[in-house]
Ligand binder design. Sequence first.
Ligand code: SR1
Ligand code: MG
Length: 399
Amino acid sequence: MSHYRTFTARDAVAYAQQFAGLDDPCALVDAREVGDGNLNLVFKIFDREGISRIIVKQALPYVRCVGESWPLTLDRARLEAQTLIEHYQHCPQHTVKIHHFDPQLAVMVMEDLSSHKIWRGELIHNIHYPQAAAQLGEYLAQTLFHTSDFFLHPHEKKALVARFINPEMCEITEDLFFNDPYQIHERNQYPAELEADIAALRDDAALKLAVAALKHRFFSHAEALLHGDIHSGSIFVAEGSLKAIDAEFGYVGPIGFDIGTATGNLLLNYCGLPGHLGPRDAAAAREQRLADIHTLWNTFSQRFQALAEEKTRDTALAQPGYAQAFLQKVWADAIGFCGTELIRRSVGLSHVADIDSIADNAMRHACLRHAITLGRALILLASRIDSVDELIARVRQYS
Ligand code: SR1
Ligand code: MG
């Protein structure tokens, strides 16, 4: 029998006192609920000096941004904690530390990252973190390589797949990325002025075929333990530091999905920049985003390949040239998934502040159109965009 109950701030303090592992637990006296995501409660726990010391996060039994009409599994808290713990083993420098979790209460106690800022907000304000793209590439290389068939024994890999079966969270992605934007659906949200652009997506058979192939890969390609939702709102940054959080969509899926989601969010920011900065600053900031995309892919692919050369255990997969050929397929997947992220964040349930916070309606609509047009082009051209330089050329072409 589950002893789940929704935490109050007082419950969160008591829980942190018991499970944060601090030397001075009685110093924790206060909590504030700060969750601004779509799904969960997040409490900052403060000491007597008003300093935030630890985070208590609890899953609600429904989708927070929609309400109780959309029930959602509490098992996502276990999946999030276990994904982050697994990723921490392979990349502690770029993964938030989980101190404790309780699957019955759907709660976890984790490192406080108040010294960091959410990357999305910093990108919107054009505050550049020169190491962030390389650090994200490193995080993706370490976590995805060490949970793939290149590194794990086949028995370990199959056990990993079983431990991270995540049907309800995957279903959200399956619906929001690959179905909703390409049909009339009550979850979709977009301005009426864009109706013709979005009707064109619904009428585009070639696009829907390419999206079907991407969805099929998301269903069936169990390549590595993904973060599953690695957008710029799931990443904390500080000078010289980057930490991934929020891994409740973790499951064993296609590596290109994580790369595509991360790249897609840099491109969503790229599309929104003219709405936040003057033309000259927007142009310079856009170049920085393209440079970040370059660094992200190059760091990820070079580090993954180096790890494969050094550590691949399987004799067949260790064949010289195989890792490189595999990464070429990951790249094509990433371009396609990146395109679906651009479209679903412009048409579907869950938008991004990079574009939605643009006050001027005409400008916001232009940025949404840009994201949709670019997303469509990337999905359709994915197999022909052979390199990151070619991607950047295409982005310029569609700007
Ligand atoms: C109903 S959840 C909507 C979105 O929020 C999360 O951050 C994921 O991106 C998901 O698709
Ligand atoms: Mg999230």
